[in-house]
Design a binder for this molecule. Structure first.
Ligand code: CP
Ligand code: NVA
Length: 309
């Protein structure tokens, strides 16, 4: 169904395709026997920014089923330095079955997809983090049941790659999403317009607010770092802006529920966007969420390499 496709953002995936990947992820997670589905395949892992979860998820998911992943940081490979990106993409496409890219510009991952001729996976750019939010929805479904009609509140920098990816995936799948953020960090209007149009078909409610009362009744609260990779210079200003939005026990209690789960894509800065009490507490599901990165990424690679049946 998805053979040959890249995943750069969820914008060009139908709700049925996303659901297919979620169901395949559940199946993959339940498979305990050693399979060799990636035998004879190769995966290039290109990193301009650091990573723990994304790199390890791709590398272990691919390697444990007989594939050969090759890690290439910007110290190892020409990525627009000394050689055009288009040329690097064409060469990689002749040697690898698929390419993962983590870095700054969305344009880079787009060029890799346009020129390599193999599936390209966005492992995070400044604009989107699509593989992350697939794992987030899987975690919500495991913990809370069907995600359609559930209410997720993302608290923090509403313009960042995780918030933007949630806008797209939630509005496609009928998940009610609130972005709780100060007005200066609202997601950009063009992306919200896409979200509202998907939401009108899926029945999702998309709300942008600065009022913490919006957490009332939520199934899940989700936060992310206040300054994303590459935004270190803005850290002090972000701290001032986002201090009232820390996810702490008081905010968890504002949901009025004791079964609201807490999610975080990680890495977390405890004491900033989340209190140690909440991330270490009984409502936290962040380790399940991190594990789910591997299962969802394996499902994505199986489907796009045509190895899913
Ligand atoms: N959540 C996530 O992408 O983590 P890494 O930055 O460690 O890959
Ligand atoms: N928004 C964060 C996500 C890290 C996984 C960043 O880009 O640094």
């Amino acid at each position: 169904m998805l053979k040959g496709r890249s995943l750069l953002t969820w914008l060009d995936y139908t709700p049925e395709e996303i659901r297919y990947l979620l169901e395949l992820s559940k199946k993959v997670k339940a498979q305990k026997e050693a399979l060799r589905r990636f035998s004879g395949k190769t995966l290039a892992l290109l990193f301009e920014k650091r990573s723990t979860r994304t790199r390890c998820a791709f590398e272990t998911a691919f390697g444990e089923e007989g594939g050969h992943p090759v890690f290439l940081s910007t110290d190892d490979i020409q990525l627009g330095a000394k050689e055009s990106l288009e040329d690097t993409a064409r060469v990689l496409g002749r040697m690898f079955s698929a390419i993962q890219f983590r870095g700054f510009k969305q344009a880079t991952v787009q060029i890799l997809a346009d020129y390599s001729g193999v599936p390209v996976y966005n492992g995070l750019t400044d604009d989107f983090h699509p593989t992350q939010v697939l794992a987030d929805i899987l975690t919500i479904e495991e913990q809370c049941g069907a995600s359609t009609g559930k209410h997720l509140v993302f608290i923090g920098d509403g313009r960042n790659n995780v918030a933007r990816s949630l806008v797209v995936i939630c509005s496609k799948l009928g998940v009610h999403l609130t972005i709780l953020t100060p007005p200066s960090l609202n997601p950009d209007p063009a992306l919200l317009a896409h979200g509202h149009s998907y939401a009108s078909s899926s029945g999702s409610r998309l709300t942008i607010t600065a009022d913490t009362a919006a957490v009332a009744g939520a199934d899940a609260l989700y936060t992310d770092v206040w300054a994303s990779m590459g935004e270190e210079a803005q850290k002090a200003q972000r701290m001032r802006l986002l201090k009232p939005y820390q996810v702490n026990q008081q905010l968890m209690e504002k949901t009025g529920r004791s079964d609201t789960i807490f999610l975080h894509c990680l890495p977390a800065v405890k004491g900033e966007e989340v209190s140690a009490e909440v991330i270490e507490g009984p409502q936290s599901r962040v380790w399940d969420e991190a594990e789910n990165r591997k299962h969802t990424i394996k499902a994505l690679m199986l489907a796009t390499l045509g190895l899913d049946n």
